[in-house]
Design a protein around this ligand. Structure first.
Ligand code: ADP
Ligand code: MG
Length: 779
């Protein structure tokens, strides 16, 4: 419905008070529209009322018609029809009441100003109106139905009437006929009574005829009686209906009066509405006027603003001019910017180049200083080692073990000086002999203690030095324990590699290092590769074909190791090779020299400096004098080889310490193999292992004498030269008898250490020469 639409538009806009004049105009227009809407609604309601009144009038006429029918005939259908009409009347009355109530509501409703709740009311009213219209439509249809019914009833009533008339006519005719026959019969009886005897028979006949007639008469009378009763009853019903009709008439008059009243009220409401409309019209006019006035005021203000803006515009013009100038200036700057930028870039580049140059210079200077420091460090280290002695001799006394047995033979024969850890006292054949070495480790010294003493030597091989560590001593004195150790308590070999790994790791930011290992043994002057595929194969030591004078062993396996696991694998492999090769490993190992050769190659990232250092860890064969006990055959040969190689080692060390011109490296495979690691600025450590028990004192004495001699062949050419001495292979074996002799006792130079000793200055010169160059890989 368009009413709803308009309503929505009307009341959905909210309050009008407080709005500006220009906004109030459409508001007022909406109000006017709503007024006309309301009037329309009122008109529609009035039309509905009229229609209802008409319907009521129709119902009344219907009622009257029915009552007249009832007066004439009466009947149950008619009664029902009347009842229906009454019900319908009642419903219409209620409709009227509702319309009335709505009208009152309409009246009570305030003028449709701009409050929001009115829009709700209006919506409700519109809904109700729609309902009423629907109901009216329904009523109309029902009225049409009732009209049809009334027509049908009227037809049927006419029929009944006709039938009643016919029966009444028939009844009158029958009555007429019967009374005529009665009269005839009575007349006949009278004439017959007046007649003589013969006539008696006739009378009888007549009497007979008369009885029949009497019976018919009785029947007729009974019927008559019944019909009269029926008529009475009908009359009674008719009376009642009349009474009811009167009542309905009364009700109708009452309704009429009410309708009149409603009409008057409607008129009054209409009047009120007109008045309200009038007041609303006035309000509207007033609002329009107010809005107009406000609009005028606003217009005035706008005009004033416009004037202000105009003046502002006038004042802004010079500013705009300056801005335009600025803009043009900026434009020029932007145009020139690439040039400026290029210049700035050029100067920045120059500055950066200069800075880089400065940094490079600083770097070069730093590098130079670093190299100088490196040289200095090396020099200091060399000096320190020189002060300690390039060849050092350390003694280690093993603890007494179960294998030593018990009794006087297993008694301890070794004592130490509590104030000097370099002195050892040995009780041999009732006499105490004292020896002074560089250091002596007592039986309780741990593997770590020993390693602590040698670790400076080991790290020097990272700096490119060659190092040799020998374990010397009789079988069972603890050489293998010191070098290899046990799984739980490893010896120098494993600890050295671990230390090298950690040192290399520490330097990894500046240096790149690779560590390789070879494991070899020398048995009966034959060199074998314990990591090779053919361990029994004898290897040769050869001169490098490049003419550098370096030695190498063709075919000696080198394993690259990076972790402790790698070391263990290598040792395991070497050990397995040795085990499979010899049935009695313990015995064999005491008759051969075991070598672990570790090569450390390094490159300095920054300088490109390359170094190669070699660490030779040698577990020497047992130094006991087998030849003396009358051994024969292979045992004697083994002993001779061992004696020869150990004597050669003594000779070489002696020659090196006394700085002789000729060092007899070639006298044994061992010294020949280790030539590079024993000569020049290489460092050597002799670990002399001794047994502490009584039964081994002879061998202990020999070992300690050997140690002291090695140590006493002191550096320094002049003053010490008198101490220089040599030992031949014979001496190594026949040392036992010279216990009382001191190492300083005069001895002739061995023929093997031929040539005069070189002067100290020439030795130092040689050292400097060798220390300057990088070591090649000799093996
Ligand atoms: P070598 O290799 O000189 O023949 P070993 O190293 O085989 O002698 O030592 C012989 C025995 O003495 C081994 O059972 C070893 O465990 C033991 N031993 C050697 N030195 C020590 C020590 N410092 N502490 C404990 N036991 C040792
Ligand atoms: Mg051993």
């Amino acid at each position: 419905m368009n009413v709803e639409k308009t309503g929505g538009r009307l009341f959905g806009t909210g309050k009008c008070s407080g709005l500006s004049g220009t906004r109030q105009l459409p508001m007022i227009q909406k109000m006017v529209e709503s007024m006309s809407q309301l009037q329309e609604e009122k008109g529609q309601l009035q039309e509905q009322l009229m229609a209802l009144q008409k319907k009521l009038a129709l119902r009344e006429s219907d009622q009257q018609a029915v009552s007249t029918q009832l007066q004439t005939q009466g009947g149950t259908d008619l009664e029902k029809h009347r009842d229906l009409l009454m019900v319908e009347n009642e419903r219409l009355r209620q409709d009227m009441k509702r319309c009335e109530a709505e009208l009152q509501e309409l009246r009570a409703r305030p003028p449709p100003c701009s409050e929001c709740e009115h829009s709700k009311e209006s919506a409700q009213l519109r809904e109700k109106l729609a309902q009423l219209q629907l109901e009216t439509e329904e009523n109309k249809s029902r009225l049409a139905e009732l009209d049809l019914e009334v027509h049908q009833k009227t037809d049927r009533l006419a029929e009944v009437e006709l039938r009643l008339k016919d029966s009444l006519a028939e009844k009158a005719e029958e009555e007429e006929r019967l009374s005529r026959r009665l009269r005839d019969s009575q007349e006949t009886i009278a004439t017959l009574k007046a007649q003589p005897q013969p006539i008696k028979y006739i009378i009888k006949t007549v009497e007979v005829d008369s009885s029949k007639t009497k019976q018919a008469l009785c029947e007729t009378e009974a019927r008559n009686q019944y019909l009269q009763e029926q008529v009475g009853m009908q009359r009674q019903v008719l009376k009642e209906m009349e009474q009811q009709l009167q009542n309905s008439q009364h009700t109708t008059t009452q309704l009429k009066a009410q309708i009149m009243m409603y009409e008057s009220e409607l008129e009054r409401a209409h009047g009120q509405m007109l008045e309200e409309m009038q007041t609303m019209e006035e309000d509207k006019n007033r609002a329009i006027e107010e809005a107009f006035a406000r609009a005028q005021v606003e217009m005035k203000a706008v005009h004033e603003n416009l004037a202000g803006v105009r003046t502002n515009l006038l004042t802004l013009q010079p500013a705009l001019r300056t801005l335009t100038n600025d803009y043009n200036g900026l434009k020029r700057q932007v145009r020139d910017f690439p040039l400026l930028l290029q210049e700035a870039l050029k100067s920045a580049k120059a500055e950066i180049g200069q800075a880089i140059e400065e940094v490079n210079n600083t770097n070069r200077e730093l590098l130079r200083k670093y190299r100088r420091e490196l040289q200095l460090r090396k020099k200091c280290h060399n000096e320190l080692v020189r002060l300690k002695g390039n060849i050092r001799v350390i003694g280690r006394v093993r603890p007494i073990t179960k294998e030593d047995g018990d009794g006087s033979e297993a008694a301890n024969a070794v004592t130490f000086d509590s104030d000097d850890d370099a002195v050892i006292h040995l009780l041999h054949k009732g006499k105490s002999v004292s020896f002074e070495l560089d250091k002596v480790f007592p039986p309780h010294a741990t593997q770590q203690d020993v390693f602590q003493e040698v670790q400076a030597l080991i790290t020097s091989c990272i700096d490119g030095y060659n190092v040799c560590i020998f374990a010397y001593g009789q079988t069972g004195a603890g050489k293998t324990y010191t070098m290899e150790g046990t799984v739980e308590n490893p010896g120098i070999n494993q600890r050295a590699l671990q230390l090298l790994f950690s040192e290399v790791q520490e330097k990894s930011s500046d240096w790149e290092y690779t560590i390789t290992v070879s494991v070899a043994e020398i048995y009966n002057e034959a060199l074998r590769d314990l990591l090779g595929k053919e361990p029994q194969e004898k290897l040769e030591i050869k001169l490098c074909p490049d003419g550098s004078g370096q030695l190498y062993v063709p075919g000696l396996t080198e394993f690259k190791v990076q972790s402790v696991e790698d070391i263990n694998r290598v040792f395991e492999f070497g050990h397995t090779n040795r085990t499979t090769e010899y049935t009695n490993l313990n015995e064999h190992s005491s008759r051969s020299h075991a070598l672990l050769i570790i090569t450390v190659r390094g490159t300095d990232y920054s300088t490109g400096l390359r170094t190669t250092g070699k660490l030779n860890l040698v577990d020497l064969a047992g130094s006991e004098r087998v030849g003396k006990s009358g051994a024969e055959g292979s045992r004697l040969r083994e002993a001779q080889y061992i004696n020869k190689s150990l004597s050669a080692l003594g000779d070489v060390i002696s020659a090196l310490r006394s700085r002789q011109g000729h060092v007899p490296f070639r006298n044994s495979k061992l010294t020949y193999l280790l030539q590079d690691s024993l000569s020049g600025d290489s460092k050597t450590l002799m670990l002399v292992q001794v047994s502490p028990v009584e039964k081994n004192t002879s061998e202990t004495l020999c070992s300690l004498k050997f140690a002291e001699r090695v140590r006493s062949v002191e550096l320094g050419p002049g003053s010490r030269r008198a101490e220089l001495m040599s030992w031949s292979s014979q001496e190594h074996l026949e040392f036992e008898g010279s216990l009382v002799q001191t190492p300083s006792s005069a001895r002739s130079y061995s023929s093997s250490s031929s040539g005069t000793p070189i002067s100290r200055s020439s030795s130092i010169r040689r050292k400097l020469q060798t220390s300057g160059k990088m070591k090649p890989v000799p093996v």
